[in-house]
Design a protein. Structure first.
Length: 568
């Protein structure tokens, strides 16, 4: 890269060396010592100059580091992400109070995870995760109408079951082979296919395995799958651009890093930008086709013809309205909403941002939760037997799985998923911005604009709240076990699902994950369908204890290797 070479050559000159030294000194004197002084009353691990606690985070993993810091330094402490302090809170009452009081995420929140520029940055900020103010309220209303309302949620069950039908056929071919299967990767294929249909109305086909991979998919589906796989890979911290740690260490120079990432991208930055641009390109194509076919359908209806109103059955049972977007998909709901009140209409950027957020969050969190549930069942045979008995009782006699059964008739299955999410939540901490000074007592005042980090993973592993917190006990979430959920000295004597402030794998407050009901439905449907037909056991290839890591979400670091056999 000629530009980078010129910059390095300039730094080696006397003038360049002076410029570099001045930049470092100004950054140090202007940002770091003042922050240290402001947070002097907060206990916490020592942060190195510029690096802060990044070396410990890299060595231990983000979740492990935050949880260990919360345990060691108490209910309120601080950690350093580069030169940025995070106030870490692991007291349930403080978390409840401040997660509702401060709904805004920090304006610089995205800079902890990527170095996006141009339209890709605008799309990222338009998504419901990072949007603020009226833009956030407008996008959240779309999610509420499409996946939170019970009727809307039930409408997505057929898509989930169609994908599961093809996925179980794949497992049936594998069953009995004694060959190890990485169920985390396999369930990733399933959830990508399911969330693709629900989000875009596009049949990815990737749940069927290698024979139906992105390379063999056709049209927009194949392009979207390939781009999404690249995108998910680049969102893992170990695959991030070299500009990301520079951005964390020198936040005052963020404009410089953004300029450099745009004009002198390294290979990882280039891959991430291309993948995001492809997702946006395909999303626009689908939107244009939807609009064209919708117009054709309206014209045909006006003239009394058949036209495109029917759309056929081209996406595995979806009623398509146009260009691959089915009438029941999330994107179709957003496009329909653009014909409503002006103040509720989403821009193209906002539509693309919500579609990407929907798919990225739903794919990874749900596949991780389900694979971890299978791992825990394989290591707790009595729980696996009880779940199988419940499934057999509910679906015996050839009864089909329906939205009603998922919602009402499988309490132990739901308890297994909830206990899995308590032990290994996809979201292990919540991040908020203090929009005014926050007095946390004992002379500890969090300055306005600071980052508050709610350590929900630590709370869900607190022995004063959850007796034997590392034990897998689904009964905690059933009437038989919830009464004794809290420890004898706990302020929360009833744990389990009865207290949302100590069980928060999807967050809490107005910023709670908008897809939590969809994620629970998808996990429950998957667990029921798989355990009805198959038994799962750990393969010798699976290392113990299971290693987890924090990326876009918290999940298995090296897969979950199992053998699959047919039941009965």
């Amino acid at each position: 890269m000629p530009g980078l070479g010129a910059l390095l050559a300039f730094i080696q000159t006397p003038l360049g060396a002076v410029w570099l030294i001045c930049t470092l000194v100004i950054t140090w004197l202007g940002w770091y010592p003042l922050r240290r002084y402001a947070f002097r009353k907060f206990p916490g691990p020592f942060g190195l100059p510029f690096l802060g606690n990044l070396p410990q985070i890299a060595a231990m993993d983000t979740t492990a580091f935050l949880t260990s810091s919360a345990v060691k330094y108490g209910p309120v402490c601080k950690v350093w992400f580069g030169t940025r302090p995070w106030v870490l809170i692991n007291d349930p009452e403080l978390i409840r109070r401040h997660s509702f009081r401060w709904p805004a995420r920090p304006a610089n929140f995205a800079s902890y995870f990527h170095v996006m520029t141009g339209e890709n940055r605008a799309i990222d900020r338009a998504g419901v995760v990072l949007a603020e103010g009226e833009a956030w309220r407008r996008t959240r209303r779309v999610f509420e109408a499409s996946i939170i309302h019970p009727a809307s949620l039930a409408a997505h069950v057929p898509a989930m079951l169609r994908c599961l039908g093809r996925f179980t056929a794949r497992l049936d071919r594998h069953a009995g082979s004694a060959q190890p299967l990485d169920v985390a990767a396999a369930l990733g294929d399933l959830m990508l296919a399911a969330m693709g249909q629900i989000a875009y109305g596009v049949d990815f086909g990737c749940e069927e395995g290698a024979d139906s991979s992105a390379s063999n998919s056709s049209g927009v589906a194949g392009e979207l799958v390939a781009a999404l796989r690249d995108l998910f890979e680049t969102m893992r911290m170990e695959n991030a651009t070299a500009y990301l740690p520079l951005q964390l260490m020198f936040p005052a120079l963020e404009p410089l890093w953004l300029w450099a990432a745009h004009h002198m991208p390294d290979a990882k930055q280039t891959k991430a930008m291309r993948a995001r641009s492809k997702v946006a390109e395909v999303s626009r194509l689908l939107m244009e086709q939807w609009q064209a076919n919708k117009a054709a359908a309206v014209a045909a209806a006006a003239s009394g013809g058949a036209g495109g109103a029917d759309g056929g059955d081209r996406a595995g049972g979806f009623k398509e309205v146009g260009g691959g977007i089915s009438s029941s998909s999330f994107m179709a709901a957003m496009m329909e909403g653009r014909r409503g009140a002006v103040e509720d209409r989403l821009s193209d950027i906002e539509v693309i941002g919500q579609g990407f957020t929907f798919l990225a969050a739903g794919y990874e969190t749900t596949s991780a939760a389900t694979s971890l549930a299978l791992f825990l069942l394989a290591t707790h045979p009595e729980a696996a037997a009880r779940l199988a008995a419940e499934v057999d009782a509910v679906l015996g006699g050839g009864r089909e799985l329906t939205a009603e059964l998922l919602a009402e008739k499988l309490p132990y299955t739901e308890a297994v998923i909830k206990e899995t999410l308590r032990l290994h939540p996809g979201i292990t901490f919540l991040v908020r911005e203090a929009t005014e000074d926050v007095d946390l007592g004992a002379g500890r005042v969090v300055p306005r604009g600071s980052t508050l980090c709610m350590a929900t993973h630590a709370v869900m592993h607190d022995p004063d709240i959850w007796p034997e917190p590392e034990a897998f006990r689904p009964e905690r979430f059933l009437p038989e076990g919830s009464a004794g959920g809290g420890g004898s000295s706990s302020l929360w004597p009833t744990a389990g699902g009865n207290n949302p402030h100590v069980w928060a794998p999807f967050g809490m407050g107005t910023r709670m994950c908008v897809g939590h009901k969809l994620a629970m439905m998808a996990s429950k449907a998957t667990l029921v369908s798989l355990c009805q037909r198959f038994s799962f056991a750990l393969h010798p290839k699976q290392p113990l204890p299971l290693k987890l890591k924090t990326g876009l979400t918290y999940g298995p670091a090296d897969g979950v290797w199992m053998t699959v056999t047919r039941r009965g």
